[in-house]
Design a protein around this ligand. Structure first.
Ligand code: NAD
Ligand code: TYD
Length: 351
């Protein structure tokens, strides 16, 4: 891994990943291509912006001319594709941008990598180019749909997305797979469970609840609050992606998760305890349409075949995360002013 293109590096996971790979000598050069939507914020990368190995370009992954010129100029050997519209609630209000960014954006990137790496419909010539280059699609467990009370998602679980967001991510995954099968593009797909940690936009459950509780505002719990998510610290996600880049077999999918299932209500209560705030702040609101009941990742493949394991316990991770948000109140206030509008505001007005 020498010259790396990271897309969406100004977002939550991408910015954590860029800081992680610039720590030590894992890469020679990283270009961060990000459109800086409401979710992208260069403040997340202040600590690396003067690193000579780092470069930022503001641009759209759907801009094929821009992609071509960047590949020509920097000769990337590795692409790590984070850029996406990432919030389920927003996808319910406005699915179009999810299809455009997540599906067409992925296709533009795949086409550009394929052309630059001179891959043709699978033949001996293209196979020779597999060595030394890699395209990694950062995907989500949500492509598998919802689980009942038992069972876990394995890499063989059929795709059955339920939200416009997860449908767009599943569609992108299928395109990535097709470019491997047809053109020999050396890909991996990683499907991770819900992340938490520093720099997450406060529209997602954990930072939103911290933000509201800290201001004594109501905590909107959808439905009965007994939906289950499988939480992983973002830094563990970053080490997993790096492990797949280093050791993953081309063409393979790897699930990423830390065996940490929690009901939403349990998460909210943990946050209230951390902040010493009353349970009376919990407010049950109308459920999300098509709300997936339970996610749980079987991480056997990545742990047993690639030797990855998560380092954070949830207790330590959430404690550190709450402290981080309390120490970054100005960051939170800055990014939630401006164009940000909550899903509930969009769907139900201010009531
Ligand atoms: P995020 O919303 O915080 O960041 C997305 C970034 O993509 C932003 O910086 C945004 O400006 C950029 N972007 C959006 N459209 C773009 C475009 N057209 N061109 C260039 N840049 C664009 O998202 P995140 O939570 O960091 O998620 C990153 C990736 O990880 C996504 O692909 C998401 O599906 C996946 N993922 C997220 C989670 C999670 O819990 N957050 C879990 C599993 C997988
Ligand atoms: P979210 O952070 O949006 O992630 P995802 O939908 O991708 O899993 O939501 C996590 C869970 O928390 C999900 O079950 C929806 C629920 N939720 C609430 O109950 N209230 C909220 O205000 C939000 C944002 C989410």
């Amino acid at each position: 891994m020498k010259n790396v293109l990271v897309t969406g590096g100004a977002g939550f996971i991408g910015s954590n990943f860029i800081r992680y790979i610039l720590d030590g000598d894992k890469v020679d050069f990283v270009l961060n291509l990000d459109l800086l939507t409401y979710a992208g914020n260069l403040e997340n990368l202040k600590s690396v912006e003067s690193d000579p190995r780092y470069c930022f370009v503001k641009g759209d992954i759907r801009d094929r001319d821009l992609l071509r010129s960047l590949f020509e100029k920097y000769n990337f050997d590795t692409v790590i594709h984070f850029a996406a519209e990432s919030h389920v609630d927003r996808s319910i209000v406005d699915p179009g941008i999810f299809l455009s960014t997540n599906v067409q954006g992925t296709q533009a990137l795949l086409d550009t990598a394929k052309a630059h790496w001179k891959l043709k419909p699978d033949d001996k010539y293209s196979r020779e180019y597999r060595a030394g280059v890699r395209y990694l699609q950062v995907s989500t467990d949500e492509v598998y749909g919802a689980l009942e009370k038992t069972g876990m998602f394995t890499e063989e679980t059929p795709l059955a997305p339920n939200s416009p967001y997860s449908a767009s991510k599943a569609s992108a995954d299928l395109l990535v797979r097709a470019y491997y099968q047809t053109y020999g593009l050396p890909i991996n797909i990683t499907r991770c469970s819900n992340n938490y940690g520093p720099y997450q936009f406060p529209e997602k459950l954990i930072p939103l609840m911290i933000h509201n509780a800290q201001q004594d505002k109501p905590l909107p719990v959808y439905g009965d609050g007994m939906q289950i998510r499988d939480w992983l610290h973002v830094k563990d996600h970053c080490t997993a992606i790096y492990t797949v880049l280093e050791k993953g077999i081309p063409g393979e999918v790897y699930n990423i998760g830390g065996n940490n299932e929690k009901a939403n209500l349990e998460i909210v209560r943990i946050i209230l305890t951390e902040l010493n705030k009353p349970e009376s702040l919990i407010t049950y609101v109308k459920d999300r349409p098509g709300h997936d009941r339970r996610y749980a990742i079987d991480n056997t493949k990545i742990t047993s075949q690639l030797g990855w394991k998560p380092l954070y316990s949830f207790e330590a991770g959430i404690h550190e995360t709450v402290a981080w948000y309390l120490n970054h109140l100005e960051w939170v206030n800055r990014i939630t002013s401006g164009a940000y509008q909550s899903y509930y505001h969009e769907m139900y007005g201010n009531s």
